[in-house]
Design a protein around this ligand. Structure first.
Ligand code: ZN
Length: 422
């Protein structure tokens, strides 16, 4: 995944229209927004005239948004706010995002574009299973669907019995669901032997990370094309990008959002192709504009052209996790997902592994413990995995193969990375 050669390539250039939108926004931002007046105290936003100037601005983090609770993020008078959404805070205070009429419309425009990129047309029937309410899922899927002119079937989550009944009777052609719910539905369909009554052609799913094996089971089980949508409540919601029918990666709408990839530890902007944390800036948002918002989602900008020809909308690769999971070794950022990807190329290995990082004799060392059956040649396999890792992540870890069942199991999330350097 992390290819040393691509790190040397240039950084995505801010498009002239994006720079124009940013400078226009900056001209009045502090007057409208007490939040940014405070945040950029001492910084003259009028002096931001180039991409380099922009990259000197401080980041905005979720903690900043939380401090603004309840309506401190509003950058418009109260009477212009037509709706709020709230992101699920894992701890304590939620984040409230106010939307103006234009924000709500812009979100629907972006979502309709997502459906278009997935090849959805007004003759489609879209079964919507994400939740409705304070968070931005269900209502975003529905508004985009109606804007496009397709038929929305607003089921909301759960009640699998009724989902399947409507899927059959309403002849739904598009399913919108989380990957895990899509998998559950696929398994139910198989169990009941009703696949021949299902008319689904496409699945549009949120950006929850799902392994290639699960993805394939959903595609086979439902008989669908699989589309990944990107977005988060702080920046409209889902729908700011989607993968197209041709290529790999999610196009992000460059007329609404400016994307940067940064090193999560240093904050340095990384070249196209390098893996790091996604940072987003909204270009048109009125209710709660976001400037250099750290998503903590890990991905990279895919360099080069897409077969669909829409190179004006840069592509983000499949999310590989959260920046909190990142390991830094020999100056290289490594993510558990990269190790998983390497191991998945060796079908004889078990899916259980453990990574231990230590500092010995002045050097960082990564050891990877992997379970394998006694029937394969451990020495040969270790060598092959180490060589594959070297070409993928740029250095050679120590591979230790252990017996099946040796590594600890957990019913919840298994801890796989132990950093013993600190
Ligand atoms: Zn494309």
């Amino acid at each position: 995944m992390l290819d040393i050669a691509t790190r040397k390539k240039t950084i995505m250039q801010m498009q002239p229209a994006q720079l124009e939108a940013i400078t226009k926004q900056f001209a009045t931002l502090k007057d409208h927004s007490p939040f940014y007046a405070r945040k950029f105290d001492g910084i003259e936003l009028g002096d931001v005239k180039t991409q380099a100037d922009f990259e000197k601005l401080p980041f905005t983090d979720k903690a900043d948004l939380r401090e603004a609770y309840p309506l401190g993020l509003a950058a418009v008078p109260q009477e212009k706010i037509v709706r709020i959404h709230s992101s699920s805070g894992t701890t304590g205070t939620p984040v409230i995002i106010p939307y103006t009429k234009k924000d709500v419309e812009d979100w629907a425009i972006q979502f309709a574009r997502c459906y278009e990129y997935a090849g959805v047309t007004p003759s489609d029937r879209v079964q919507i299973t994400p939740g409705y309410g304070l968070w931005t899922a269900g209502i975003g899927f529905q508004a985009g669907c109606e804007r496009l002119g397709a038929m929305a079937i607003p089921m909301g989550p759960g009640n699998t019995e009724k989902q399947l009944q409507f899927m059959v009777d309403m002849e739904s052609t598009v399913l919108t669901a989380t990957a895990s719910y899509a998998l559950l539905l696929a398994e139910e369909i198989e169990k009941r032997g009703i696949k021949d009554q299902i008319k689904l052609k496409k699945l549009v799913t949120g950006s929850e990370r799902s392994g290639e094996k699960i993805r394939q089971r959903i595609i086979d089980g439902l008989g669908v094309e699989f589309y990944d949508i990107y977005g988060l409540t702080e920046v409209y919601g889902p729908g700011i990008g989607i993968n197209c029918q041709y290529g790999h990666g999610m196009h992000v709408w460059s007329d609404y959002v400016y994307v940067e990839i940064i090193d999560p530890q240093t904050g340095e902007v990384l070249p196209d192709g390098a893996w790091g944390e996604i940072v987003l800036t909204t270009l048109q948002k009125e209710g709660a504009p976001l400037i250099r918002f750290r998503t903590h989602d890990l991905s990279r900008i895919i360099p080069g052209s897409c077969a669909c020809g829409h190179d004006e909308h840069p592509r983000l690769d499949t999310l590989t996790g959260r920046s909190d999971d990142m390991m830094k070794i020999h100056g290289v950022n490594v993510f558990p997902a990269q190790i998983e990807e390497i191991l998945s190329e060796f079908p004889d290995l078990s899916s259980e592994y453990q990574i231990r990082i230590s500092h010995l004799e002045g050097r960082d060392t990564m050891r990877i413990y992997i379970e394998a059956p006694g029937s394969i040649d451990w020495a040969e396999t270790s060598k092959a995995v180490a060589a594959r890792a070297k070409s993928k992540i740029g250095f050679t870890p120590l591979i230790k193969i252990v017996e099946l069942g040796f590594l600890p199991r957990s019913e919840k999330k298994t801890k796989r990375v132990y950093d013993e350097r600190y």
